[in-house]
Design a protein around this ligand. Structure first.
Ligand code: 5RP
Length: 227
C-alpha cells in the first residue's frame, strides 16, 4: 500500500464525520487534499448540504473554490464544528508537529477554534517522541536574524530559514518567514512551546498541543483511529 493510498484512506474515513449543516475547517497539504476532494464531490453531488468552510491556506481556498464550497474567513466565525488537517508528526498523546507546508499559523487558529480536530495521516507520521521532523517556526521577517541568534544561544542549533526553489525566503500566506529547527528530539513539548512563545518575533510555533481530538491513520490496508 503506497503512502498516497494510506493518506487517501485516512482522509475518506475522516470525511465520514462531516455532516450537512456544519462549519468546517479545511487543512493544508497532500493528505488534506484528499479530504477536500471528497467533501467537494459530496457537495457537488448534493449529498452534503448547508456547509461552509474556513480554509487554512490560499492553496486550500483555491481547491475548495473549485468545487464551489462556500468559504468564510476565520474573522467571520467564533467557532468551527469540525476541522480535518494533516500533520508532520504525532505522538501517543496526540501532540503534533505541523507546518511542513508552511500554513501552521492559520492551521493553529482554525484548530483552536474547532470543537473537533481530526488529524489525518499515513503510517509514517506516528512517533514515540516528537522532534525528528524539524520544528517550523513562523517568524516576522524583520526579526529573523534576532530570532536565529537567540535560538542558537539557547542551544536550538542552526535554525534554517526556509527557502523556495528560486532561492528566495519562503513567505507564508501571512507574509512571514519560516525557520526550521532540527531539534532531533523534544522531550518536553509544553515547556519548549512556552519558551519559544516568549521570544518576540516568533509569531507561532508548529507545536500543536492539546488541539487534536483524534488521529485517523492509514496503515497498510487498514485505517486506525487513535483517540
Ligand atoms: C502544512 C501542514 C501539513 O498538514 C503537514 O505538512 C502534512 O502535510 P502532508 O499531508 O502533505 O504530509 O502542517 O502546514
Amino acid at each position: 500500500m503506497s503512502k498516497q493510498a494510506e493518506k487517501k484512506n485516512a482522509a475518506l474515513k475522516a470525511v465520514e464525520y462531516v455532516k450537512s449543516g456544519m462549519t468546517l475547517g479545511l487543512g493544508t497539504g497532500s493528505t488534506a487534499y484528499f479530504a477536500i476532494e471528497a467533501i467537494g464531490e459530496q457537495w457537488q453531488a448534493g449529498t452534503l448540504t448547508d456547509i461552509r468552510a474556513i480554509p487554512t491556506s490560499e492553496a486550500t481556498a483555491r481547491q475548495a473554490e473549485g468545487y464551489g464550497i462556500p468559504l468564510l474567513k476565520l474573522a467571520d466565525v467564533d467557532r468551527i464544528d469540525l476541522t480535518i488537517d494533516g500533520a508532520d508528526e504525532f505522538d501517543p498523546q496526540l501532540r503534533l508537529i505541523k507546518g511542513g507546508g508552511g500554513a501552521l499559523f492559520r492551521e493553529k487558529l482554525v484548530a483552536f477554534a474547532s470543537d473537533t480536530m481530526l488529524v489525518i495521516s499515513d503510517g509514517s507520521k506516528e512517533v514515540a517522541q516528537l522532534g525528528a521532523f524539524p520544528l517550523p517556526l513562523e517568524v516576522l521577517p524583520k526579526a529573523v536574524r534576532l530570532v536565529q541568534r537567540v535560538l542558537n544561544e539557547k542551544g536550538y542549533y542552526a535554525p534554517q530559514l526556509r527557502m523556495t526553489a528560486d532561492n528566495e525566503p519562503f513567505l507564508t500566506d501571512n507574509q512571514n518567514y519560516i525557520l526550521d529547527c532540527a531539534l532531533g528530539q523534544i522531550p518536553n513539548p509544553d515547556e519548549l512551546d512556552l519558551e519559544l512563545h516568549l521570544i518576540p518575533g516568533i509569531v507561532e510555533t508548529g507545536l500543536f498541543l492539546g488541539l487534536a481530538t483524534k488521529v485517523i491513520m492509514g496503515k497498510g490496508d487498514e485505517v486506525v483511529e487513535i483517540g
